[in-house]
Design a binder for this molecule. Structure first.
Ligand code: FCB
Length: 448
């Protein structure tokens, strides 16, 4: 039986994408509040002001998770609820919210996996320090992490320090499609180091407290492939893999940044000039697991533009999601095989995987989403095969528990197992949730 008996079957969300209540109980402003309220920054001017109103509706949401028999739930903690100004005065009411949430999960037999940073940096740190481009932000993060560990560390079994540092650094500070919307490669490269340093400092604090839980980091590992079969495209794919994947895997597991990517950045005027002695040792300190978010295969072709390549996410005629991402479970298999081949063995969780569609509630009051069921089935089958091939996979979290604020794309892409009507906040479980509940009940033996 390939899935271990204690395999975690979960679903994931993130604070800014679901909570709403942005002005309540002393919460401070985050870079996503500022960014989403900037004209033109998000599709239809969407913001997370209300989102799924989970801040008020969490008991109902948790009840439904319990009905589906999720064994784990991954959520994130909003730093600006805990430290409205990023540092300094603590907001106890923010901490209390997450204490209620964690206790609510434990009462329902659902294991919490808490992410400390899912992109909602306190705006004050962006304004005053320069956000993740500044080293101080990593230290502020460690203080915030220490406070949260102190309050919840006795009962949260799984911790993720940072979600997808590649997106936080390069989409936030280089392409500017995410908050804080900067477009400066040098800042993005610095931000990537400081996000890893923040992870490392939080890890040190966690270890020093001797807490019972386990801690890791989540990377978005995206399989890179050459678009054509020229040597130039192959080179572009190798560099593209370096840029999105090895840039984070190598410092975490080998204690150094990859030379080809260092050269690439240097060649574009963005030398990594902020590494201090001891940083790399701290970043490479052992973690208990690696979280992996998986969504796509990127196809690279050599080009004179940008960093030296152009890319697309699907070939003509390929089946894609609402995001335009091709559906290629093989790319997940390849990524897991590469981790087995190139990096030390480590427990793994798929901390996010799923697809967006344009789901709607039908006349019969239900949501039929057979494409999502196919998507999840084919990816979970890959997880099963990878376990048989030797990957130490300990859990799978569907993205997402419910439809939510999909960052710059607002509310159009629907990723949820539960449909949310954003006018009425009515939740409707999709067929995929019923299917997933069956998978969970059979511990993955019945993929339907
Ligand atoms: C990931 C994010 C998550 C969600 C999915 C679709 O990159 O971590 O918040 O937006 O993509």
């Amino acid at each position: 039986m390939p899935f271990p008996a204690d395999f975690l079957w979960g679903a994931a969300t993130a604070a800014y994408q679901i909570e709403g209540a942005v002005d309540e109980d002393g919460r401070g402003e985050s870079i996503w509040d500022r960014f989403s309220h900037t004209p033109g920054a998000t599709e239809d001017g969407a913001t997370g002001d209300i989102a799924c109103d989970h801040y008020h509706r969490w008991p109902e949401d948790l009840d439904r998770m319990a009905e589906a028999r999720l064994t784990a739930y991954r959520f994130s903690i909003a730093w600006p609820r805990i430290y409205p100004e990023g540092a300094g005065a603590l907001n106890q009411r923010g901490l209390d919210f997450y204490a209620r949430l964690v206790d609510g999960l434990l009462e329902r037999g659902i294991a919490p996996m808490a992410t400390l940073y899912h992109w909602d940096l306190p705006q004050a740190l962006e304004t005053r320090l320069g956000g993740w481009a500044a080293r101080d932000t990593a230290d502020r993060f460690a203080e915030y992490a220490g406070t949260v560990f102190g309050a919840l560390g006795d009962r949260v079994p799984h911790w993720v320090t940072v979600n997808e540092p590649w997106v936080a650094a390069f989409v936030g500070y280089y392409s500017g499609r995410h908050a804080p919307g900067r477009q400066d490669l040098a800042s993005a490269v610095r931000a990537s180091h400081h996000l890893l340093l923040g992870h490392a400092r939080a890890l040190q604090v966690f270890r020093s407290l001797g807490l019972p839980g386990r801690i890791g980091i989540t990377l978005d590992l995206q399989t890179a492939a050459p678009d054509g079969d020229s040597d130039e495209d192959r080179r572009a794919a190798t560099l593209g893999d370096g840029y999105t994947n090895r840039w984070f895997l190598d410092p975490l597991f080998r204690g150094r940044y990859p030379a080809d990517v260092l050269d690439l950045f240097r060649g574009h005027g963005a030398a990594l000039d902020v590494v201090e002695s001891g940083d790399l040792e701290a970043i490479a300190a052992p973690i208990d697991f690696l979280g992996m978010n998986f969504y796509m295969r990127r196809l690279f072709s050599a080009s004179n533009e940008g960093l030296g390549w152009s890319e697309r996410l699907a070939r003509e005629g390929q089946d894609t999601t609402e995001m335009g991402w091709a559906i290629v479970p093989d790319a997940l298999a390849e990524q897991l095989a590469r981790l087995r081949a190139d990096y030390p063995a480590i427990p793994l969780y798929i901390t996010e995987n799923g697809m967006a569609d344009r789901d709607a509630v039908g006349a019969d009051g239900t949501v039929h989403d057979p494409r999502r069921i196919d998507y999840l089935r084919s990816h979970i089958a890959v997880v099963e095969e990878a376990i048989a091939a030797g990957s130490d996979l300990r859990g799978y979290f569907a993205w997402s528990w419910m439809d939510n604020f999909e960052w710059g794309l607002g509310y159009r892409p629907r990723f949820g197992l539960v449909h949310v009507d954003f006018e009425t906040q009515l939740r409707t479980p999709k067929d995929s949730l019923r299917w997933y509940a069956g998978v969970i009940r059979s511990n993955g033996r019945e993929l339907g």
